[in-house]
Design a protein around this ligand. Sequence first.
Ligand SMILES: [Fe+2]
Length: 379
Amino acid sequence: MNAQISIPREISLLDKGLRLTLPTGSEAYFNYYWLRDNCPTSFDSATRERQFDIFHLQQPPLAKDARLVDDKLEVEWANEAHVSRYPISMLSAYSGGARRVDPADLPRKAWYSDHYPSIARFSQPQLLKDPSLVADWIEAMLTYGLTIVTDMPDSNEGLSETVRLMGHVRPTFFGEYFDVKTHINPTNTAYTAKALELHTDTPAEEAAPGIQFLHCRANSVQGGLSIYSDGVAVANDFKETDPEGFRLLSEIDIPFYCEHDNYDMRSRQRVIELDQHGEVSGLTISQHMADIFDVPQDVLDDYYPAFCRFGKMLQDDKYMMRFLMKAGECMVFDNHRIVHGRLAYSATSGDRYLRGCYADRAEMRSTYRALVSEGRFKS
Ligand SMILES: [Fe+2]
């Protein structure tokens, strides 16, 4: 049985919303549209979607009466035979106007050239068996942007089943998978034995893929060391040492392209990307896919030197890991944060074969939330 709460708390019914005192003692204001739209009965328990359609209200929602009963706020609506009951905990969560807490919004930890021995490693057969390990894996991805999956099966399916632990294979205009080995008629520097400077992949796409998988199937060549740097580490240091350069690279869009016989992909991106908090989330950079800069030439008087200062910093020994990938390892990294490349190798000295594909970052975060958080609809 519900009992009228013993400590009276003031509720003021206003024209467009109501004001009440929360258990913390702070005053909070809630708009009537927001309250009506988010009545707990608005959500279907089976589909977990909102079934109430606020567009069908004939008149603006208006409270006729409101009271606190136990740990709920009860609102009786005028012009509608409906009573809403809101848990105070829900109202408290939204009272400050802050964004909903996101368990996948984890602080990034910058890493430097000595990071290789500390890279979080996860055994693929163990990941397949243990969802809690998948949560640890994604947490490491969100924090460091780069992990290694070990003990990979030497098969195409091995890569696919690894991707499926966090989402789906996300195609690009090259298709679902790509094979990095020397091609006879290469359409991409990656398919030669030449050095490949630090870059992020497919920047010419409107939304470049979020997570990259590179599964090493063979690596017995001379040379071909992998190189990786953390774009967050470099860009944060750049912000300290070169604030004007940082501003230019984080505010001005530059063009990227990928063009051959049957495609002409183009996009505009900012080299340094910021997140919802204004923090550096990563980079989009690729010397071999940067288009001819079509921004005013006088802007380039400042932009180009800043771009070059940043590009040099990116290749500084302070930041760059160099290591040899081994067969059976799969590099998994955030393609909007981690820059990668390789040193040249001798194509006739052995085999070098990496099979790669991508997954979506938002889907990875979704999988993480489902693994670690209670959610609103789980009982
Ligand atoms: Fe690449």
